[in-house]
Design a protein around this ligand. Structure first.
Ligand SMILES: NC(=O)c1ccc[n+]([C@@H]2O[C@H](COP(=O)([O-])OP(=O)(O)OC[C@H]3O[C@@H](n4cnc5c(N)ncnc54)[C@H](O)[C@@H]3O)[C@@H](O)[C@H]2O)c1
Ligand SMILES: NC(=O)c1ccc[n+]([C@@H]2O[C@H](COP(=O)([O-])OP(=O)(O)OC[C@H]3O[C@@H](n4cnc5c(N)ncnc54)[C@H](O)[C@@H]3O)[C@@H](O)[C@H]2O)c1
Lengths: 209, 209
């Protein structure tokens, strides 16, 4: 785990980065960050490379990229990376939906399937369908937090057993079946019938007046 | 509106029909119904034809069919007839979903689209895609109560203007846009983000402990 002094500096870097107007200042140098914290620029570069962030000579660091990764490490990420598993009708509709929204905090970062005829095909604006067996390595590389599970019910548990190897945080389960997960993985069952029942209730209530 | 004595008999017919075990007695004659109510079989036949129900000579009426239509007229229908409009990815996924469930009270009875290449094509286990311009007449004939709206946002209001001519009771709106309807039509906006937000909240709450 990260040493306490480093964690303190991490939060100070973040506070500084959050106050920057990225339209005016899209990049920041280790010297500027060092000045704000009153420390040596070398310490800044050391900290940031420890966090996996490397500046560009003469340019510095991208404020947006630095903010996102430091937030993720601090556990206060406002960005949730999602993967869709099962690129059938529902999977494609959900991809359409997220590509149509302007919600920066919910990002689809990869989509998977097991069908040979689908793997490698382009979908949506900028994805290629990946092989589900590569999920664990892709999940670590892309920081996948949440899986949107849109496979048929008989495939659901097998898929769950694969994706939990990728250290994900939660599963939004659209499959019409119950899935088993370890204690540290959250599951939410998504069911359109809930909306339908609310609609029917409004109709009935009005009919009885 | 229906005359009071007829409404009273309607409810008595229903009470009688509900007590029948359809596995033992799938049909009933106007004579049997007349006996239960203590009235003339002619009056029974007159009432039922007024309700759009006609018996078969020597056979009588199907108990199930009679029950369903009288319940509908009495406004206490437990069966909701649904139509899916927009047979793209989401529409097909939703058809799969309802064909996969054993829920007798929620029935898809027809599906529609406007795409020439899709109209007339078979989908799911037993549907052909119909032309959306025929919705109003199909709606009256099939007693469509609810429309599941799964078209792109720019088509949503046009589709709504067509389907409300079919005297429907409600719309479950999956389109990512606001739709306008008359006062007697209910709308429920369905949004998968609601489930996602609940999932994210559970994850965050646990991370903070
Ligand atoms: N929860 C809801 O409200 C809701 C709504 C609509 C549909 N659904 C359900 O969603 C499911 C999917 O529906 P659909 O119409 O998209 O089905 P579909 O058959 O079109 O798509 C399923 C996809 O999953 C893939 N798949 C199968 N096994 C896999 C595995 N082991 N690993 C990775 N991918 C795999 C298939 O290749 C296919 O592309 C169904 O069970 C349906 O009932 C739920
Ligand atoms: N609410 C949610 O949670 C949610 C989830 C997934 C998708 N969506 C939304 O659902 C919509 C549909 O997604 P999709 O992937 O199925 O799109 P799609 O393009 O695959 O399907 C749209 C279908 O609507 C038909 N259509 C267009 N205009 C029509 C008209 N005037 N009358 C009848 N049919 C018409 C098209 O021919 C097509 O078949 C999108 O807006 C998507 O963002 C919402």
């Amino acid at each position: 785990s990260i040493p306490k002094p480093t964690v303190r500096r991490l939060l100070l870097y973040l506070r500084c980065l959050k106050s920057i107007d990225i339209n005016r200042r899209p990049t920041i140098s280790s010297k500027e960050l060092a000045n704000v914290l009153g420390i040596n620029p070398n310490q800044v570069r050391k900290d940031l490379s420890y966090f996996g962030q490397f500046g560009k000579r003469g340019v510095g660091y991208s404020v947006v990229k630095l903010r996102e990764s430091l937030e993720r490490i601090a556990g206060i990420s406002n960005i949730w990376n999602m993967a869709i598993v099962g690129m059938g009708n529902l999977g494609k509709a959900i991809l359409n939906y997220y590509e149509g929204t302007e919600e920066p905090s919910l990002k689809v970062v990869a989509v998977f399937d097991k069908d040979r005829r689908k793997i490698g095909k382009r979908v949506g604006k900028r994805f290629k369908i990946r092989d589900i067996k590569h999920f664990p390595s892709a999940a670590r590389r892309l920081n996948i937090d949440i899986v949107l599970l849109t496979v048929p019910p008989d495939a659901a548990q097998d898929v769950v057993d694969v994706v939990i190897k990728g250290k994900i945080k939660g599963i939004l389960n659209f499959s019409t079946t119950h899935i088993k997960v370890p204690k540290d993985v959250f599951v939410e069952d998504a069911d359109i019938n809930i909306f339908l029942r609310v609609l029917i209730f409004s109709i009935i209530r009005q009919e009885q007046c």
